[in-house]
Design a protein around this ligand. Structure first.
Ligand SMILES: CC(C)(COP(=O)(O)OP(=O)(O)OC[C@H]1O[C@@H](n2cnc3c(N)ncnc32)[C@H](O)[C@@H]1O)[C@@H](O)C(=O)NCCC(=O)NCCS
Ligand SMILES: Nc1ncnc2c1ncn2[C@@H]1O[C@H](COP(=O)(O)OP(=O)(O)OP(=O)(O)O)[C@@H](O)[C@H]1O
Length: 304
């Protein structure tokens, strides 16, 4: 009798007719701390991903004489406070012009801390730029954390001129942009990271959906970006001929089945050799992979 009453009561309860939506608690750390942790984790996941063509990974320095996996991890952690300060600024500064100037200042300070941490080796200049804009943009609106929304806000910030930024940095990326008439890291950000949103994230999803392992899905996403990016890291070391051959090689690995297929893997091995002979490294694509991993994790944690 009691059991029947309880049963009826249960049937009467309106929620019983609906599908149960599990409660997902917000991350316990305050947002800027959580976002800075996520950026550092993305940088460490990127450098740890192995085997990457031409790039520093767990097993080799790739085409770099002065970088190593340990140095890249050390540099990533040294940048935690930079990304944290950018997220705090994104969360608290409503005036976009002032916000742009402030994160420009933090970015230049971050580059100086990176150089101090590495003994004057450029490990993450491109990453500070791309992930700095993205972490600021994420913190600006914690109710709109889908990759396209965050990347679009980062694009808005990147298009705002920063009167305090040096006109000529003298860096290799900027020189390559002038010499080869490409947009480089700046244009990629100003366009709202199209290679992340339209190429890397969809490739990651497709690869995962067909059952590829996480590592292979990430390698495929990296190759998809390399195949399409005007990477000033490659241009400045090898010019347009090297860029064309690096792009075509990445395309060849993907066409052979990608990182998860035995044939794709063997083409990838040949491709790695070619990059070492050319002495080039797709550093810009690596930064965009880190940006992809950051946005992908943000979406997993927050977007339901
Ligand atoms: C725009 C930046 C990257 C300067 O670039 P510059 O061309 O002078 O230098 P650099 O030789 O380091 O090249 C840029 C780096 O970007 C990456 N990159 C290369 N090509 C590309 C590309 N097509 N797309 C994305 N990233 C790329 C590479 O890792 C490369 O090392 C940045 O350092 C800068 O201007 N910082 C100022 C601080 C600032 O405004 N910060 C704002 C918020 S973070
Ligand atoms: N895993 C990685 N391995 C190597 N480079 C990476 C990796 N991830 C990102 N990068 C990017 O590559 C850039 C380094 O490229 P590169 O070594 O060509 O620059 P450089 O130090 O100015 O030049 P060079 O070593 O030719 O003197 C870094 O700024 C970083 O943004």
């Amino acid at each position: 009798m009691i059991a029947a009453a309880l049963f009826d009561q249960h049937r009467m309860h309106p929620a019983a007719e609906q599908e149960y939506t599990p409660y997902s608690p917000p991350p316990t750390a305050p947002l800027p701390e959580y976002l800075a942790d996520l950026v550092v984790a993305a940088l460490i996941d990127e450098v740890t991903l192995t085997p990457k063509p031409g790039l520093v990974d767990m097993r080799s320095r790739g085409a770099h004489r002065d970088l190593s996996w340990a140095l890249m991890c050390h540099s990533a952690w040294a940048l935690h406070s930079t990304f944290h300060a950018m997220a705090v600024a994104g969360q608290s500064m409503a005036d976009l012009q002032r916000l742009r100037e402030h994160i420009g200042f933090l970015g230049r300070q971050g580059e100086a801390s990176m150089m101090r941490a590495t003994g004057d080796i450029n490990s993450h200049r491109g990453a500070i730029w791309a992930l700095g804009l993205l972490v600021t943009a994420a913190a600006q609106d914690c109710n709109a954390l889908a990759p396209a929304a965050v990347a679009a806000r980062a694009g808005v910030l990147a298009r705002i001129p920063d009167p305090f930024s040096p006109v000529l940095t003298g860096n290799k990326g900027q020189r390559a942009c002038h010499e080869y008439r490409v947009g480089g890291a700046r244009a990629q950000a100003q366009a709202g990271f199209p290679h992340v949103i339209e190429i890397a994230l969809p490739c990651l999803e497709r690869s995962r959906a067909r059952g590829d392992k996480v590592n292979d899905a990430r390698l495929n996403a990296l190759l998809a970006v390399i195949a399409e990016l005007d990477d000033t890291c490659i241009l400045s070391r090898g010019g347009t001929a090297a860029l064309a051959s690096v792009q075509a090689g990445a395309q060849r690995v993907l066409a052979a089945g990608g990182a998860a297929s035995p044939h794709g893997r063997s083409v990838l091995r040949q491709y790695e050799e070619e990059l070492l002979v050319l002495h080039v490294s797709p550093g810009g694509a690596a930064d965009l992979l880190a940006a992809t991993l950051f946005l992908d994790q943000l979406r997993t944690d927050f977007v339901h």
